[in-house]
Design a protein around this ligand. Sequence first.
Ligand SMILES: Nc1ncnc2c1ncn2[C@@H]1O[C@H](COP(=O)(O)OP(=O)(O)OP(=O)(O)O)[C@@H](O)[C@H]1O
Length: 301
Amino acid sequence: MLDVRGISHWYGDRQVLRDVSFTVTGGHLTGFVGANGAGKTTTMRAILGLIRPTQGEVLFEGRPITDTDRTRFGYMPEERGLYPKMKVREQVIYFAQLHGLDKVTAAKRADELLERVGLGERANDNVEALSLGNQQRAQICVSLVHEPEFLILDEPFSGLDPIAVDVVLGVLQEQAARGVPVLFSSHQLDVVERLSDELVIIGDGEIKATGSRVGLQEQHSRGLFRIAIDEDAWLLSRGDVTEVSREGDDLLFRIDADADADTDDTDARGQEILREAVARGPVRRFNHELVRLSTIFKEIR
Ligand SMILES: Nc1ncnc2c1ncn2[C@@H]1O[C@H](COP(=O)(O)OP(=O)(O)OP(=O)(O)O)[C@@H](O)[C@H]1O
């Protein structure tokens, strides 16, 4: 487990991280989400020891992280770091050896990984001959070749086509399943919504929310319903209903929670609305709606 505790950081007199704390555990993928300039890369660099935060610390397996721990990390930087004129396979082997693997083991792992990400046939091409998406697959191999105990990836899915996203996702899920904590950053909220089990949301250098993605979505979905009916003026004229959005024939609406009530009765009021809708005409769709991550992100950032 990796534990980021109370990290604050200043560049000159500008504070870019404020008391950032979160944990990354094995078994699932943790998405690290924030707008441009929110502080994702700076936080990742602090975890990796590439900058020394002004305050706070990072613990790995419960004790302050050391440079030796970090040699067992896998890192995929945002500015990709491959040598354009080197062959893909040689490059993966080279990085494996930098991490202390002998040549035979390095070659075996490189071949397995390149095959796994679909680059087996390109193994002897120079990196510069690969498309950007394929270079990214090669970079994933580099970050995994020494079987890291913690994986940290800056925007691993950006620029990938849907097939490549699935390949990279599969590889990361395998790592998570063998107990490796995996932290990846992204601004593609649709991707994060599909791929991450846990979320860390950062805005303006501060942690805005952490926890399970579904838990966070459920927490923000209270009173949110979708309905498709012919005429909905009656519904929107109710004092406790607000229109959220329209998608084609569907109306998304929120039943405002009663601040004075002890228990949440929005589900019961949803049923009441459904009964009235049925009495008024055909109901083509009605369901409780799970809020999109993009909506939560706008609400809390
Ligand atoms: N070396 C630096 N010197 C001064 N300011 C910096 C430096 N690196 C980053 N910053 C500033 O720190 C803030 C956080 O930047 P950071 O790169 O961590 O954000 P980010 O969330 O990774 O953004 P992006 O999604 O655009 O990569 C930004 O305002 C950025 O301009």
